[in-house]
Design a protein around this ligand. Structure first.
Ligand SMILES: [Zn+2]
Length: 420
C-alpha cells in the first residue's frame, strides 16, 4: 500500500493556483470571471481539465451532460470507483476557486496516486453546472451524473432565450441523451469533494482544513403582505401599509434566525403599486432559510411565522406564504468523515489531531451526488470567508495541505476497503 506523501508539496500547490489562474482567463466577462454551462468558456475549461487529467495518468472523456471525467488508466472496467471532484462553472463576477479548487486538487491527487496499488478505480469529475447561473436551475451537471436529470430541463432557457437543448447541441452534445450521464450505485463507492469554505469559521479558528458534517437544509419562500393602496395624504390611523408590515417582518426574521443559529436572507422585494406618492398595497419578498438540519430550519420557521402573523394582525394586513424550494440536509457519510479526519491528521498541521468539524451553509454538487453514492467533503480556509466575489483567495500552503489530506483520505479508504 502506498504511503501518503506528507510535508506540504508547495510545487503541487503552486501548480493548482497557476491552473486556477489559467481557467480564470476563460471568462465571458471582460472585467471579471463568468463561465457558464454549455458556453464556449465551458468548452475551453473542459479541454484544459482533460489535458491535465491525461497528464495525471487518467483516461479522459466528456460525459453525455458535458461533465469532464477522468479515470485512472489500468483500473479494470469492472472495479467500482472512488470519485473525486467539484465544478468548473461560476457565478457572474466570481472568484477563482469556488469549485475549481476541488477539481484541481483532485487531479493532483490522481497524479500522485498514478502508480499506487488501489483496490478500487479512481475517477475525477469536473461538473459543468453547479451554480445554475445560465439556466436558473442549479446542479445540472451533478444531477445528470446522479441519474436525477429531468428531460424537461432541455426546455429551460437562458437570459437570451436560448433553450438548454439548443445550447447542448451547439456544445456538441445530444440533448436527448443527457440521461446517459447517469452512474449507478454499483459503480460508485464514494464521492469526495474538496471545496473552499465560503465562510469565516476555519479562519476564525486558525485552521487550514475542516471536515464537513452535513450540507444545510434549505427552504425558499415567498411572503406576501396585502393591505390597501391609498393616497399618501391618508392619516396614519387609516393606513394598511404592506411595505411597513414587510419591513417589520424582515427585521423580525433577522432577530429570530440569529437567535436560533439559522441563516435567513431576504434578497428580493416587490412592491405594488411602486409609486412615490401611493401607500404600498402589496409587498412580496423572498426568504431563503437554512439550518444544519431540517428540524432546526422548521422550528426557526415556526417562530418566524408566528411573528409574521402577529405583524399582519397588528397592521390589518393579509398574509400569504408559499414555498418555492424545499431541500433536506445532506449528511456526509460517517466513514468518509472519518477518512477526511484521518486525512487532516496525516498532514500534521497545527491542531490537525483534532480536526474541526463544520456544516456547509452553501449547497454543493455533493448534495446531488448523494442520490447515487455516499458523499464526504473537505473544506479549505478562504480569506475573510469571501466567495462569489473577485476577492476570493486561498493560501498556497493550505492548498498543499488539502492535497495531502485528500490523498491520505483516499489511501485510508483503500486500506479499509473490503470488496462486497
Ligand atoms: Zn462551489
Amino acid at each position: 500500500m502506498a504511503e501518503p506523501r506528507i510535508g506540504g508539496d508547495m510545487t503541487a500547490a503552486e501548480r493548482v493556483l497557476d491552473r486556477a489562474d489559467e481557467l480564470a482567463s476563460h471568462s465571458d466577462l471582460p472585467d471579471g470571471i463568468e463561465r457558464v454551462y454549455l458556453s464556449p468558456q465551458h468548452r475551453a475549461a473542459n479541454d484544459l481539465a482533460a489535458r491535465w487529467m491525461r497528464e495525471a495518468g487518467l483516461v479522459a472523456w466528456e460525459d453525455a451532460a458535458g461533465n469532464q471525467c477522468g479515470r485512472r488508466a489500468g483500473a479494470g472496467d469492472q472495479l467500482p470507483a472512488v470519485l473525486l471532484g467539484s465544478h468548473l462553472d461560476t457565478v457572474p463576477g466570481a472568484g477563482r476557486y469556488d469549485g475549481i479548487l476541488g477539481v484541481l486538487v483532485a487531479i493532483e491527487v490522481a497524479a500522485r496516486l498514478r502508480d499506487a496499488e488501489l483496490p478500487f478505480a479512481l475517477e475525477v469529475v469536473a461538473f459543468g453546472d453547479e451554480e445554475g447561473t445560465r439556466f436558473g436551475t442549479t446542479l445540472l451537471g451533478s444531477r445528470a451524473l446522479a441519474g436525477t436529470w429531468q428531460p424537461e430541463w432541455g426546455g429551460l432557457t437562458d437570459a437570451d432565450g436560448i433553450r438548454l437543448a439548443d445550447a447542448a447541441t451547439a456544445f456538441g452534445l445530444d440533448p436527448a441523451r443527457f440521461g446517459d450521464a447517469a452512474r449507478t450505485p454499483e459503480e460508485l463507492l464514494a464521492y469526495l469533494e474538496v471545496h473552499i469554505e465560503q465562510g469565516p469559521r476555519l479562519e476564525d479558528a486558525d485552521r487550514a482544513l475542516g471536515v464537513v458534517t452535513a450540507i444545510a437544509a434549505a427552504e425558499r419562500r415567498v411572503i406576501t403582505y396585502t393591505g390597501e393602496s391609498r393616497h399618501c395624504a391618508t392619516p396614519w390611523d387609516l393606513r394598511h401599509d404592506a411595505l411597513l408590515g414587510a419591513s417589520e417582518a424582515i427585521l423580525a426574521i433577522e432577530r429570530v434566525a440569529r437567535a436560533h443559529g439559522s441563516y435567513a436572507t431576504v434578497g428580493r422585494i416587490h412592491v405594488e403599486p411602486d409609486a412615490v406618492n401611493v401607500i404600498p398595497g402589496v409587498a412580496a419578498f423572498s426568504l431563503d432559510l437554512r439550518d444544519e438540519t431540517a428540524t432546526g430550519r422548521d422550528s426557526t420557521w415556526e417562530r418566524i411565522l408566528h411573528e409574521l402573523e402577529a405583524i399582519a394582525v397588528q397592521r390589518g394586513l393579509d398574509l400569504d406564504v408559499s414555498s418555492t424550494h424545499l431541500a433536506p440536509e445532506v449528511v456526509c457519510a460517517p466513514e468518509l468523515r472519518a477518512a477526511f479526519a484521518s486525512g487532516i491528521a496525516a498532514t500534521n498541521d497545527r491542531g490537525s489531531d483534532e480536526p474541526m468539524e463544520l456544516f456547509s451553509v452553501a449547497g454543493h454538487d455533493a448534495m446531488a451526488v448523494a442520490a447515487v453514492a455516499p458523499v464526504g467533503m473537505l473544506f479549505v480556509r478562504c480569506r475573510g470567508g469571501i466567495s462569489h466575489h473577485a476577492d476570493e483567495s486561498v493560501r498556497a500552503d493550505d492548498v498543499a495541505l488539502a492535497i495531502d489530506a485528500l490523498e491520505a483520505a483516499v489511501l485510508q479508504l483503500a486500506a479499509e476497503y473490503q470488496p462486497s
